[in-house]
Design a protein around this ligand. Structure first.
Ligand SMILES: Nc1nc2c(c(=O)[nH]1)N[C@H]1C(S)=C(S)[C@@H](COP(=O)(O)O)O[C@H]1N2
Ligand SMILES: [Mo]
Length: 205
């Protein structure tokens, strides 16, 4: 069989650095629904609840005292732009998992935000609980700006960027899947860029 660059059969995962159908950008586009929310460090709380042994509530000061990681990863938006080599610094989701100890019954996570539209996004445990996923506080060496989700956002590098919720305030561990904001509005439940999982009509089950 002839090897045809860039051609893959349906459902086959691309191995290219740039996922199929994406264009590389050098700037950093800003994309979200609703207004950028204000942030009050004295009233903000980060909560972890649901299917966990130990529900957690952290103040802004307590969250900032947790150990930090730094990772450099590419970022892929479903609207077809990709940005390479983003340096993210913040708290690994593994640290929150160690604090809250999800029960065996926890199969999914619904991520909650403090913006006025109550943005949410859902992830299966396997996609959420990856060492390099983080609650990011810094991007490319500077505090995360409000338009990019500052002062705190989730970053899930290996899925389309709508899974990287900006202005986060909570993790709800669930015993079954529950679709988030875009997943309820026609976007794909899983969102793997290398499989081009853009829309819900592409879902197989
Ligand atoms: N709270 C919240 N987070 C969000 C969104 C949103 O509308 N609200 N949009 C998502 C989408 S669709 C994308 S592509 C990325 C964009 O992140 P950026 O603006 O930092 O590039 O944020 C994601 N996180
Ligand atoms: Mo997006």
């Amino acid at each position: 069989m002839l090897w045809r660059p860039g051609k893959k059969t349906a459902g086959e995962r691309s191995t290219e650095r740039l996922p199929p159908g994406q264009k590389l950008v050098t700037g950093f586009p800003v994309l979200h629904e609703g207004p950028i929310p204000g942030f009050n460090p004295s009233t903000w709380r980060f909560r972890v609840w649901g299917e966990v042994e130990q529900p957690v509530t952290l103040t802004w000061a307590e969250l900032n005292e947790l150990p930090k990681i730094a990772v450099t990863r590419d970022f892929h938006c479903v609207t077809t732009w990709s940005r390479y080599d983003n340096l993210w610094e913040g708290v690994s989701v593994k640290t929150l998992i160690d604090l809250a100890r999800p029960r065996d019954t926890a199969t999914h996570v619904l991520v909650h935000c403090y913006d006025s539209i109550d943005y949410t996004t859902n992830l299966p445990m396997g996609d959420f609980a990856r060492e390099d996923n983080l609650l990011a506080l810094r991007h490319d060496g500077a505090p995360l700006t409000p338009e990019h989700g500052g002062p705190i956002r989730l970053v899930v590098h290996h899925l389309y960027a709508w899974k990287s919720a900006k202005w986060v305030c909570g993790l709800e561990f669930l015993p079954r899947d529950r679709r988030g904001f875009w997943e309820e509005r026609g976007y794909h439940n899983r969102a793997d860029p290398w499989l081009e999982e853009r829309y819900s009509y592409q879902e197989k089950d």
